[in-house]
Design a protein around this ligand. Structure first.
Ligand SMILES: O=C(O)c1ccccc1N[C@@H]1O[C@H](COP(=O)(O)O)[C@@H](O)[C@H]1O
Length: 212
């Protein structure tokens, strides 16, 4: 069975279409002005309108307020990926208020980070383990950096979890074989430049996931 994958940071009709044709289970849209992948809810609505039922439309949010969350849901988003410093109470509050699936993303650089990510995830539907952002990074994610996957050996999070950070067509097979996450998430690894997605790299990533 093929592992589910998400293509994140989509911003054009062509690349949304490519991700759908490649078999992505989730499409990610970033609502964070400092990101080169940032979209307004209005622009996202135009892209989401073309997505068939059955494919998840995930908003990547960083410490978003309720007004932005309501705007992205109105744009057609169905799943909320919280990628900032949201507390357990905030995660639970967003889930209770919206009734939508919530994913909690956490940065990993050490085994202690993984334990902390699990302990502080709150009532999430999925946990997304991403590489901790480099000190000089402007973004909390989407930096194309992987963490040391050996840190996950022997760790079995009690909730469905996904792997992200620095994945691409060349390494995702090894990641899947070693860690067996419920899903994988890619952004920089299917780009020609920050924010510029590549149709051929999306296809190559999908083939690598299927071949794993
Ligand atoms: O992609 C972004 O611009 C972004 C901005 C703010 C928070 C998260 C972001 N992306 C997420 O980062 C990971 C890993 O991305 P990459 O493959 O290493 O580039 C992924 O979960 C994206 O959803």
């Amino acid at each position: 069975m093929t592992t589910d994958f998400k293509v994140c940071g989509l911003s054009t009709p062509e690349t949304v279409d490519a991700a759908i044709k490649a078999g992505a289970r989730y499409l990610g849209f970033v609502f964070f002005p400092r990101s080169p992948r940032h979209l307004t809810p209005e622009r996202a609505a135009g892209l989401i309108a073309a997505v068939p039922a059955g494919i998840g439309k995930v908003a990547v949010l960083v410490d978003a307020d309720d007004a932005l969350i309501d705007a992205v849901l109105a744009a057609g988003i169905d799943t909320l990926q919280l990628h900032g410093h949201e507390t357990i109470d905030r995660v639970g509050g967003v889930r209770a208020r919206t009734g939508r699936p919530v994913w909690r993303a956490s940065g990993v650089a050490t085994r202690a980070d993984i334990a902390q990510a699990i302990a502080s995830a709150g009532p999430v539907d999925r946990l997304l383990l991403d590489a901790k952002a480099p000190r000089e990074a402007v973004l909390p994610g989407g930096n194309g950096v992987a963490f040391d996957w050996q840190l996950m050996l022997g760790v079995s999070p009690p909730m469905p979890w996904g792997l992200s950070g620095g994945l691409d067509a060349g390494n995702v097979g090894a990641a899947l074989a070693a860690l067996k996450p419920a899903f994988v998430d890619v952004s920089s690894g299917v780009e020609d430049a920050p924010g510029v997605k590549s149709v051929s790299k999306i296809m190559a990533f999908a083939n690598a996931v299927r071949g794993a």
